[in-house]
Structures are given as structure tokens and as C-alpha cells.
Design a protein around this ligand. Structure first.
Ligand SMILES: N=CN[C@@H](CCC(=O)O)C(=O)O
Ligand SMILES: [Zn+2]
Length: 416
């Protein structure tokens, strides 16, 4: 058995036995902090924590590693509940086109964007996709991420969608990170189905989903509900088909326009609605009283120069908010969760505490990991960040672009 004791922790964040599955509204500010704390790990689990003065001492020193945190904070590792971390190639030429004045939507209408990524992914072999994604996950982990949701959606053919999902399955097996897989066949329409949307939806329903279910390749079903992509009716068809195969909806909605996708997703018991750069009062009403997690993606807002989601308004309406990277080659080529907390504070007016709740407990919920991740709770996975020495957790969003994580522990093992 491997054992770690972390002592003299300045502040132990998001710690407790009676935390809710997610925090909403004013509760998001409460970081459930224990000052001057200890934490004990056995194998991959948190087995004890509390105030230093309540620490019972050590009876069995065998195989025990002691870490003196000495002024550092300890917090749950980030959960990144929305990524496209398996992709073929970067798209920096589109980045340059946007700098020169083209919009993301104009680039997509010319065959760039998702279709550009799909062409490249269709040509790439599984091994190379896997190796490249492993490197990305490694980098994400170095910024303190302990769990990642990864979507398909750059395949857009039966073979290429399955190839992506098989890569994600292998990442689940071989990466130390906890990974959830989302089937996003409905990410765009392949050019040959531009005038025949139903033909492609039939392919998703009749050719892709049965194999995905048979091979256990996905946990969630997603759809990009947006003008020029999937209408609400088209999304409903895809979600209903996924639900029949046991997949829970988690969807892209309201990135550029409001189509009514939020209410439709809530009606389908979506675990999360993601993007929400555009939102209206009807959407907010639809979310109230549901357990659907509004998930904002500030990296995408920053990189595409589109509005930042109304995080402050959602929280002031008593709703929860989660924040994820949307790591992908087109709209958000960064997997750094710490940077998001800076964007959320500066551009969405979340407080630092709210931003840390939105990237730990609330994202764990948004990827179905609330029983095992996202907080310091007995029996949960020992996926932790020991920060650099700091006086306040506000230093994490404050130090934008820096890496405030000094030591990362994943599954009870130091990984750096
Ligand atoms: N909006 C849809 N999908 C991705 C971007 C995909 C791409 O540009 O490659 C997103 O979440 O931003
Ligand atoms: Zn996305």
C-alpha cells in the first residue's frame, strides 16, 4: 500500500463530508476551507483530513511519504468537463485569418473549422491520434487537471467517429487521468450531406450509435445546436436516439445564437448545457429547477472574441455555473484550467472562490464524477493540487498565465 501524509497545509479547499453534489448561487462562494490542515492518502484514496491539531499522529510509518506543505494550499485537482482533446492538427492559419478580419462562422462556411479538422482526422491513423492526445493530456495534468471529458465529432463518418472514440477508450485505459467519452457525431454536417441532413442523422442513429453502444465507447451524447449546424428538432432526434442507448445528453448550445436549445436539452434531462455565450431570460427560467449544469467556456470567448457567458447573472439567479476549457484546435487551443479562472473573474465577474468551485466540484458534477472527484471528501480519489506558497486562493486567478500548481497528485501518486 502506498501512503502519503500532507501536513501543515495553509488552507485545505473544498473539503467536507456534507458538500452538495454541486454548488449553486450564493453557495458557490463557500470554498469549505479548513485552515492549518492535514490530509492523508492511502493508495488512490483520501482517507483522512482535518485540522492539524486534530491529527492523531502516525502509528505505522511503513511506506509513508510525508510532504510538509508549509504555507501551501491543497485543493482538489481540476475537472475539465468539456474538451475536444483528440484532434488531428492545429489550425493556426484560421487563427491568422481571424486576425485579418474573417469571423469563425465565415471560416466555417468556407469549409474551414470543424470540417477542416474532420478532413485531417479522417486521414490520420489511430496510433498517431492517440500519441498526440496523450501529450496534450500530460500538459493539462501539469496545470492541475485530474479528470477530462473528451468528445468525438471530428470524424463525421462512421469509421472516423468510431476511430476517435476508440482512441478515447484507449486514453481511458492508459492515461492516469479519469476520462469520460462523449459521442458528438452531430458536430457538423459532412459536405456530402449538406442538403440531406436527415441522411446523416440516419447514419448517426442506424450506423454509429449501435456500434458505440455495443463496444461501450461513449458515456454521453452531444450535439452542436446552432444556426448552420443542428436545429433544435435535429438535436432532439439525436439526443432521443442516444438516450435509447443509455447515453446522457450533454450539449453545445447558444454559442452564436439562441435557438431554444437550452429548454429542449433540459427537457431531455441533459447533464449540462455548454457554451451559452448567448442567453436570454427564457433559458434562465428553463434552467431553474433543473439539475442541468450551465457550463461556460471562457477560453472560446477569449480566442474567438465573442461574448463571455453571463456567469454573474446565472449565479445571481441562484443557478450553478461550471467552467471548462473546450480545448480544441479551432476555438480554444488551451487546456489550462487555471487560465479560465482568470478569464471568469475578469470578464464574467465571478469571484475567485466561485471560479474555483466552478472548476472543481461543479465540473465534476458536469461529467458525472460527483461521487469520486471535485472535493476533498473521505473515499474520493486522491487527485490533488498542492499550490505554490500563497496567502489566498485568489492568487490562482490573479496570477493569470502562470502555473500556480507546484505538485500534482493523481490517483494518490505524485506525477511531477
Ligand atoms: N462549437 C463547436 N465545437 C467546438 C469548436 C470546434 C472547432 O472549431 O473545431 C467548440 O465547442 O467550440
Ligand atoms: Zn466544444
Amino acid at each position: 500500500m502506498s501512503k502519503i501524509l500532507i501536513k501543515n497545509i495553509k488552507s485545505l479547499l473544498q473539503a467536507g463530508e456534507d458538500l452538495p453534489r454541486y454548488k449553486a448561487g450564493a453557495e458557490m462562494e463557500n470554498l469549505h476551507t479548513i485552515e492549518n490542515a492535514f490530509l492523508a492518502i492511502e493508495d488512490d484514496q483520501i482517507v483522512a483530513y482535518g485540522k492539524m491539531e486534530d491529527w492523531g499522529g502516525i502509528t505505522d510509518w511503513r511506506d509513508l511519504e510525508v510532504i510538509d506543505a508549509d504555507g501551501r494550499m491543497v485543493m482538489p485537482a481540476f475537472c475539465d468537463s468539456h474538451t475536444h482533446a483528440v484532434f488531428a492538427k492545429t489550425r493556426e492559419s484560421e487563427f491568422e485569418d481571424r486576425i485579418k478580419g474573417l469571423t469563425y462562422e465565415e471560416i466555417a462556411l468556407k469549409g474551414g473549422g470543424i470540417l477542416n479538422s474532420a478532413r485531417k482526422l479522417q486521414e490520420m491513423d489511430e496510433e498517431e491520434l492517440f500519441q498526440d492526445a496523450m501529450l496534450r493530456l500530460q500538459e493539462m495534468m501539469s496545470y492541475g487537471t485530474g479528470a477530462v471529458e473528451i468528445k468525438s465529432g471530428y470524424g463525421l463518418t462512421v469509421d472516423a467517429e468510431l476511430k476517435m472514440l476508440r482512441v478515447i477508450k484507449r486514453l481511458k485505459e492508459e492515461s492516469p487521468l479519469t476520462i469520460k467519452a462523449t459521442f458528438l457525431g452531430a458536430h457538423a454536417y459532412p459536405p456530402e450531406f449538406k442538403e440531406n441532413h436527415q441522411g446523416y442523422i440516419d447514419l448517426i442513429i442506424n450506423e454509429m450509435l449501435p456500434v458505440i453502444a455495443e463496444e461501450g465507447l461513449a458515456d454521453y451524447i452531444d450535439c452542436f445546436c446552432e444556426r448552420n449546424y443542428y436545429s433544435v428538432e435535429e438535436m432532439n432526434q439525436v439526443l432521443e436516439a442516444g438516450i435509447k442507448y443509455g447515453l446522457t445528453p450533454k450539449v453545445h448550445v447558444n454559442q452564436f445564437s439562441i435557438q431554444g436549445g437550452v429548454a429542449a436539452a433540459v427537457q431531455h434531462n441533459a447533464l449540462s448545457v455548454d457554451h451559452l455565450e448567448e442567453i436570454d431570460d427564457k433559458d434562465i427560467e428553463a434552467l431553474k429547477g433543473s439539475d442541468c449544469m450551465p457550463t461556460l467556456l471562457p477560453g472560446c470567448s477569449f480566442f474567438l472574441s465573442i461574448p463571455f457567458g453571463a456567469g454573474r447573472k446565472l449565479i445571481d439567479n441562484g443557478l450553478p455555473v461550471a467552467l471548462a476549457t473546450d480545448f480544441n484546435p479551432g476555438s480554444s487551443p488551451s487546456g489550462n484550467m487555471q487560465l479560465l479562472t482568470s478569464f471568469a473573474c475578469v470578464k464574467m465577474k465571478l469571484t475567485p472562490n466561485e471560479a474555483l468551485t466552478a472548476t472543481t466540484l461543479n465540473t465534476a458534477y458536469a461529467m458525472g464524477l460527483d461521487q469520486t472527484h471535485g472535493s476533498i471528501t473521505l473515499g474520493k480519489k486522491a487527485n490533488l493540487i498542492i499550490t505554490k506558497p500563497m496567502e489566498s486562493p485568489a492568487l490562482i486567478p490573479y496570477s493569470f498565465g502562470a502555473n500556480s500548481a507546484e505538485t500534482i497528485i493523481i490517483n494518490g501518486k505524485k506525477v511531477n
